[in-house]
Design a protein. Structure first.
Lengths: 575, 535
């Protein structure tokens, strides 16, 4: 087995993670439906890669994500820190105080109310216990159920305050970690330095590392670590500290790092001072994070509404919406990590192109350029292979989720890894693996600029849309993600009630397209941090970086760029 | 005012209003923490929005849990928490003392006195009190064999303020023995060498000291023994798993066969490392029934585990980094980073190694070691918040023992020092001071009484009666503290109530500094987003 450990750091990262685990939970659920779709039932995706099997003290088996989620104290909403899975109900009342015989005073925070969706989840849990005894009992009619589902979905559309509000996954008690930040204004947790302050002098970092050790110790053949960080604020430095420890302790375990940020992270910068602070934060956190991982994927567009596919109607103001798109893409990228590695002769009909994290790192970042910063593109959903509606090939429908990149990039030395799963042949007929392969091959042949090297992974299993998925699809998207252009009826945007699953295509691209992204950060660091009399030098000092360290960061960034153009080596040093 | 020009919206409080804001904040914080103090204090149960429970009687923990907004209160809280970081205790006392200094000052300031004069008086009183502390402290000689009784008394005094008596007394022995176990002559005490491990199991009274180490993981092979006696322990940081080196090295293979070859070569290297360990095992264990245990900081993959299991070796992977150091201190031998040149001298020894399983959690006990210089306090409790509270108390207990050994002195507790110091200030020091600063000395002296007063209050006694009784007894020439059961004066020396010298010293030092800063404020400018909320 090739285990993958997931780490989520920061608010938006946990929103993304919550959707990601909802997909996994949905997949797990679909394999258990007695007469369900065989595509899920016989899915060759190995969920043990992401999940761990455990057991409570009472001997009840559990199956939980192999996950560490780090966020602020109080960011879990109505979800208890240690989850409900390992609770021992048989024990005495937890509110009995056994260690003190004197006076007791109780301070109760106002309990977070569970929303309609979470209420129905916990009701279902009890229901399962009841129904199994008495199957003939009244079964809710489908229309009744639909009304109920509608209510649940509406409550999520209007009111998601915490990432736990739409999570249907049960977490291991060691998974959720709250960062204690005594007497600090959470609003101001927005730069690299403040994250450092929170960790300094406390045992919190050690505790996080201990939790990671717990999950890694159980792994026989860990293939890598999937790290999602919200790098728009102080959590970058928290993540960097955790990553630094990973580099020390688990030296040869590859780390796949997604730096995610929500559209809201682009809005503020009201005056010059704060705008310098922002750009220095971006430069520093990019430099630090990229130095501790094997492959970095910065994602987060300033707007998903205008920047992305016309098939999607994403409300940029809702984290619940934007995070769903990123989660779906991360899910697609992770599909090849879970395919069974075939023997030399076997030729699976369900999947093709299995690889582990090490291989993808090697493919994209290990080639001559050694570029470890890649662009993520996604087609959500891609058109059918026969292209009935003249949407063009899958390749043409891939839209970047990485900001600040070169749009018309025709890099002949680019390296790509494309994942297509659940693709449709025509209408809502699923395409076979070989059909997808052929179609992509043709597309590449006819494309104006071909990459130097491209790798394709194909799976039959589409992306299932779980109930707590936001209604972000346009009315042109059909029940199975097919494109429907003649329909006029229906709501403005469609969600999990109307759509069961969609095909997905996602691509990691290591090419010169990323250069503006890196150049901007290097430029900002030089202008505001390194240059003589730079306005941000003092700020960097308060973040705990000496002049030498800042210069090292600058060198690290220019080294990243040098890979693209070996000739620039001589000139890039001039400020 | 340049700042006012820059930000016309900033809200400016004038001097007197600012001063009262500070005083009120200090009093407010004092009110929150005052019920915590002493063995009759109130424990606090904090229930979060999702029903998570936190239990604490520790001022430090409570302060950190509080969402403090007021900048003055934050300043006081920072000082108090810093107090805990340097000396391990005294958070509540610091907050109480600062609050009381502000309260006493308020009286004088309302009568028209300038804060500056008070602050001068504080400074004189502080110096005098520190001098007095030097005379008052009880020296405790810590030679090669420390006086265990005095250590126990200090630890008990601390623990009884956090846990009920029977449990506190049980833990007293545990923490004292733990510190004495790891203490090396002429070296500073590193409390990290006491591992604190917990099990969610049974009852709090099952908490015990393990002279040896408890690890929170077990072997990962079904054929390895779950219990072994007379074990050689190999502590190492050597990777025993096949890792794909191509991830980091830009190594290319051009066909499948080459790749297979590379994989095989990699695997061979790992196997060779394992074989070297097995060789050593065969050397030291042949002809006797000793066992062999590897505790590795790096990973061990299933093929390696297989080889080791077949050789009768117990292997643990991914040990805590700190346990490498602890294991060597507990069992002897050395931590090795390579399997080349392994000799018998690298090995440690333990009389007993066994595994304990609780659901999915495994624990490995390494016990019966010779001359341990590292040990484990194993905390048991029925739920997480009980465990967490005991853990906090144990940490405080350990610190108090360490402080005593390093201070080579203790201070009589139960309010005895505060009463004595106050009388000293009022009867002797005040006379030597010129002019109005006398009043500052007096305010300081009265503020010291906050400790016995609060102890009395928490025990349900009348504070005035208690203070009169204590000062009266003191003026008769006896050193007395408060009996929290009866309210009568007692001799803390007889009762074995002792506090840490360094903790007291720091409270006296830092309290007046913060109070002075808060008193000397000129004006407060509040600007930014959170100005006054419209009410």
């Amino acid at each position: 087995m090739r285990e993958l450990v997931t780490i989520q750091v920061g608010t938006f990262a946990n929103y993304v993670g919550s959707h990601f685990w909802n997909f996994q939970d949905e997949l797990l659920g679909l394999t258990e439906v007695p007469d369900g779709d065989p595509i899920y039932k016989n899915s060759p995706l190995d969920m043990d890669v992401l999940y761990r099997a455990g057991e409570t003290q009472q001997g009840i088996p559990t199956y939980c994500p192999r996950l560490i989620s780090i966020n602020f104290q109080g960011s879990l909403g109505s979800l208890g820190l240690s989850g409900s899975l390992y609770e021992d109900i048989s024990l005495s009342d937890p509110t009995d105080i056994l260690t003190w015989t004197g006076n007791v005073s109780r301070c109760m925070a106002e309990p977070h109310k569970k929303n309609l969706f979470l209420q129905s989840l916990s009701a279902e849990e009890h229901e399962i216990l009841d129904v199994s005894e008495d199957d003939s009992g009244e079964v809710m009619s489908s229309s009744q159920r639909q009304v109920q589902d509608k209510g649940r979905i509406e409550c999520l559309e209007t009111d998601v305050k915490f990432w736990t509000d739409f999570s249907k996954v049960q977490y291991h008690p060691r998974s959720l970690y709250e960062l204690h930040s005594s007497w600090m204004d959470i609003q101001k947790f927005d730069d690299y330095g403040i994250g450092k302050d929170v960790l300094s002098g406390s045992l919190q970092l050690e505790e996080m590392n201990e939790r990671l050790r717990f999950f890694i110790e159980e792994c026989d053949h860990i293939q890598g670590i999937q790290f999602v960080v919200d790098d728009s604020g102080g959590f970058s430095s928290v993540a960097a500290e955790v990553l630094e420890n990973i580099e020390d302790e688990y030296t040869n375990t590859p780390v796949l790092l997604y730096a995610v940020r929500d559209p809201g992270a682009y809005t503020y910068a009201t005056n010059q001072k704060s705008s310098i602070g922002r750009s220095l934060h971006d430069a520093v956190s990019f430099s630090r994070l990229s130095s501790f991982c094997n492959l970095m994927i910065p994602v987060g567009l300033p707007s998903l509404r205008s920047g992305l596919s016309p098939l999607l109607h994403v409300d940029d103001k809702k984290l619940f919406h934007s995070s769903a798109v990123y989660a779906a893409s991360i899910h697609s990228i992770s599909i090849p990590f879970r395919m069974e590695i075939p023997g030399p002769a076997a030729n699976s009909t369900c999947t093709s192109g299995a690889m582990d994290v090490g291989e993808i790192v090697h493919t994209l970042a290990g080639q001559s350029r050694q570029n470890l910063v890649t662009v993520l593109d996604v087609a959500m959903p891609p058109p059918s292979l026969t292209d009935e509606h003249n949407q063009g090939s899958i390749l043409r429908n891939l839209h970047p989720l990485t900001p600040e990149i070169r749009k018309d990039d025709d890099d002949l030395l680019a390296v790509e890894s494309l994942v297509v799963h659940g693709a449709l042949y025509s209408g809502d007929h699923r395409a076979t693996v070989s059909q997808v392969k052929d179609s992509v091959r043709v597309a590449y042949q006819t494309a104006p600029a071909k990459p130097m090297f491209s790798r394709l992974s194909v799976a039959l299993c589409p992306l299932p849309i779980p109930l707590p998925f936001p209604s972000i699809f346009g009315r042109n998207v059909g029940r199975h993600g097919e494109l429907v252009f003649n329909s006029v009826q229906g709501a403005r945007s469609r969600g999990s009630l109307e759509i069961e699953s969609i095909p997905m295509a996602a691509r990691l691209r290591s090419s010169t397209a990323i250069m503006p992204f890196v150049e901007k950060r290097l430029g900002d660091l030089r202008k505001h941090g390194i240059a003589r009399g730079a306005p941000g030098a003092e700020l960097l000092r308060t973040w705990g970086f000496g002049r030498d360290e800042v210069q090292d960061m600058g060198e690290h960034l220019s080294k990243l760029l040098m890979g693209f153009d070996p000739h620039s080596q001589t000139t890039s040093d001039s400020d | 005012m340049s700042l006012r020009v820059l930000n016309p919206n900033a809200e400016v409080l004038n001097k007197s209003a600012a001063l009262h804001m500070n005083i009120n904040a200090a009093k407010g914080l004092q009110d929150v923490l005052r019920t915590n103090l002493g063995p009759k204090g109130t424990i606090k149960m904090l229930v979060g929005g999702a029903g998570d429970i936190k239990l604490t009687k520790d001022g430090n923990t409570l302060l950190k849990e509080m969402q403090i907004q007021n900048p003055t209160a934050i300043m006081i809280a920072r000082t108090a928490v810093a107090q805990d970081e340097t000396s391990g205790d005294g958070t509540t006392s610091t907050v109480l003392f600062i609050g009381e200094l502000m309260k006493q000052s308020e009286r004088y300031i309302d009568e028209g006195m300038h804060p500056r004069v008070l602050v001068d008086g504080f400074e004189i009183a502080k110096r005098a009190t520190l001098e007095f502390l030097e005379k008052f402290k009880t020296p405790a000689v810590m030679g090669d064999v420390p006086d265990k009784e005095i250590l126990k008394m200090v630890a008990r005094t601390t623990l009884r303020t956090k846990l009920y008596e029977a449990l506190a007394d049980q833990l007293t022995d545990i923490v004292v023995n733990a510190v004495l176990c790891i203490r090396k002559p002429d070296e500073p005490i590193d409390l990290f060498m006491v591992e604190i491990m917990h099990m969610r199991h049974k009852f709090d009274v099952d908490t015990r000291l393990v002279e040896g180490l408890v690890l929170d993981h077990g072997s990962r092979h079904p054929d390895m023994k779950r219990r072994a006696e007379n074990c050689y322990i190999l502590t190492c940081n050597v990777s025993l798993e096949y890792e794909k080196s191509e991830i980091n090295a830009g190594f290319f293979y051009s066909n499948a066969e080459q790749r297979e070859k590379m994989v095989a070569a990699e695997r061979r290297q790992v196997d060779e490392r394992v074989k070297k360990i097995i060789e050593l095992k065969n050397k030291v264990c042949s002809g006797n029934d000793n066992n062999f245990v590897i505790i590795n900081q790096k990973g061990i993959d299933p093929p390696s585990l297989d080889l080791l299991a077949r050789a009768g070796i117990i292997a643990l992977r991914r040990a805590k980094r700190r346990n490498m150091e602890r294991l060597v201190l507990a069992c002897g031998g050395e931590a090795v980073n390579s399997v080349d040149d392994l000799t018998k001298d690298c090995l440690g020894w333990a009389g007993l190694v066994y595994e304990h399983i609780l659901g999915e959690e495994k624990y490995t006990f390494v016990e019966n070691v010779k001359n341990p210089l590292s040990c484990t306090i194993l905390i048991k409790g029925p739920n997480d918040h009980t465990i967490a509270q005991i853990k906090d108390a144990v940490r405080d207990g350990l610190r108090s023992v360490k402080n005593t050994i390093e201070d080579e002195a203790v201070v009589l507790g139960a309010g005895a020092f505060e009463v004595a110091a106050r009388q000293h200030l009022v009867n002797n020091v005040k006379k030597t001071v010129q002019g109005r600063a006398q009043l500052g000395v007096e305010a300081f002296a009265d503020a010291l009484l906050v400790v016995p007063k609060t102890l009395a209050e928490n025990s349900g006694l009348d504070t005035q009666d208690v203070i009169i009784a204590l000062t009266g007894e003191h003026d008769r020439g006896n050193i007395v503290g408060l009996n929290h059961h009866t309210g009568e004066p007692i001799d803390p020396n007889m009762e074995g109530i002792f506090d840490n010298y360094s903790v007291k010293r720091q409270i006296i030092n830092s309290g007046p500094v913060i109070a002075s800063q808060l008193l000397l404020v000129d004006e407060v400018i509040r600007a930014g987003r959170n100005m006054r909320k419209p009410s």
